[in-house]
Design a protein around this ligand. Sequence first.
Ligand code: THU
Length: 133
Amino acid sequence: MSIDPQTLIAAARASLARAYAPYSHFQVAAAVVDEQGRVFTGVNVENLSYGLAICAERVAIFSAIAAGARRITAVAVTSSGADLLSPCGACRQVIAEFAAADVPVHCDAPGEPRTWRVAELLPHGFTASQLGR
Ligand code: THU
């Protein structure tokens, strides 16, 4: 099930105002597509205990999983910042848990959005084979 990158980026942008970022003042929103073509969005949610913040990408993916999704087929991410945002390392590992190596990750920017594949964002990541599975 494919979805137009611009549509997915638009879904992320539409969520951006719901980010809870009173400490960093850096709003992030993500949108993901599951294997049924459903779109789930997420925003970063911060906490007074700063280390408890969770990124928008993981909120979107965990929301999808909680709704029954098991595979992610596309990801989009946007932010309130002036520069292109690409997912942090922890989120790359979580994306890789549910998305195949060739799944596109659309990274929004004020100019031209960039798209990378999961394998480009997380080369040499931790895999099930290393766990002996
Ligand atoms: N953040 C995300 O939501 N996603 C990323 O990929 C990078 C960082 C959030 C976490 C925190 O709330 C704020 O951006 C500043 O780091």
